[in-house]
Design a protein around this ligand. Structure first.
Ligand SMILES: Cc1ncc(COP(=O)(O)O)c(C=O)c1O
Length: 329
């Protein structure tokens, strides 16, 4: 059935080329020029659409009749968005605690929503079951080579905008799809020497735990408020990237991620999930300076790019609730 879709639907990417903004406020805090790669303005609210759009498009051309995607929210919204654009049905399986606004958004994209299990890993088992149905295809949220290839487009845009490599790229890690994709993209543009600062919150720190163990390990549970970083086991490819690239793995507390979210809102007037706050905390918690002082990063960085990965599961009320939650922990 390859080629059964119209040419427009087949070839047009689902993602947007996003702005790269120099942030005066974050540069002041970091003492180095900070660029923000604004993935929060993607049509699905996060970077996920890059890889998921790429994978969904490829599967549609192979004749898939129904997509299924397990998700902490943002991957599901990306899958539902791309599926709607293609006129293909989608079922999104989410953990039971998923916010009502994410469920509403998914339904607005025309997707069927199923709530299953306490954390993403349990929702994922359900998605794998559903994918056994005839014509159904599972879209994994972070562990697939086509996802990484799709996420790599972000680095091509960085190359086009900056010309010369930044001193470091900061990103958040959940299951490690963004990390694997950025690493692939860096190779593609010849920037494989650029250090990647891989940020996680404690209680969703599966990459950091894997590095300490020397192999991917499974966390006993997810305790962080950054729910969309909540994969218990990191993708093997993401772990391998820590051995092939200069990856600096850092873990921040929930309170740092939430405070970074609040400060970013005040500084840049953009509201993102605490998952993204984890990446922003590299600046706001003084981590960049510490890594420089410890000799892990050059003392004279040309610039730093922070990937503002975005996220839909946040509004002003939720931010207040998160602040109250982390201040009591
Ligand atoms: C907003 C946001 N940031 C970061 C991540 C982590 O991405 P990955 O699972 O590819 O590591 C996710 C994953 O869902 C996300 O939704």
């Amino acid at each position: 059935m390859e080629g059964s879709l119209g040419d427009g639907a087949k070839d047009k990417p689902f993602h947007t080329a996003t702005p790269l903004l120099e942030s005066w406020a974050l540069s002041q805090v970091a003492g180095v020029k900070v660029f923000l790669k604004c993935e929060n303005v993607q049509p699905s609210g996060s970077f996920k659409i890059r890889g998921i759009g790429h994978l969904v498009g490829r599967m549609a051309r192979k004749g898939c009749s129904h997509f299924v995607c397990s998700s902490g929210g943002n991957a599901g919204i990306s899958a539902a968005y791309a599926a709607r654009k293609l006129g293909i049905a989608a079922t999104i399986v989410l953990p039971e605690g998923t916010s009502p606004q994410v469920v509403r958004r998914l339904q607005g994209e025309g997707a069927e929503v199923q709530l299953h299990g306490k954390v993403w890993d349990e929702a994922n088992l359900r998605a794998q079951e559903l994918a056994k149905r005839d014509g159904w295809v599972n879209i994994p949220p972070f562990d697939h080579p086509l996802l990484w290839e799709g996420h790599g487009s972000l680095v091509q845009e960085l190359k086009a905008a900056l010309g010369t490599p930044p001193g470091a790229v900061v990103l958040a890690v959940g299951g490690g799809g963004l990390l694997a994709g950025v690493a692939a993209g860096l190779v593609e543009v010849g920037w494989q020497h650029v250090p990647i600062i891989a940020m996680e919150t404690r209680g969703a720190h599966c990459l950091n735990a894997a590095i300490k163990a020397g192999r991917p390990v499974t966390l006993p549970g997810i305790t962080s408020v950054a729910k969309c970083l909540g994969a218990k086991t990191v993708a093997t490819r993401a772990f391998e990237c820590t051995q092939e690239f200069k990856v600096l793995s850092e873990v921040v507390e929930d309170v740092e991620a939430v405070n970074a979210t609040q400060r970013f809102l005040d500084d840049e007037r953009m509201l993102v999930e605490p998952a993204c706050g984890a990446a922003l905390a590299a600046v706001y918690s003084g981590l960049l300076g510490r890594l420089q002082a410890e000799g892990h990063l050059s003392p004279s960085l040309s610039s730093v790019v922070v990937i503002v990965c975005g996220g839909n599961s946040i509004d002003s009320q939720e931010l207040q609730a998160l602040k109250a939650m982390v201040s009591h922990s």
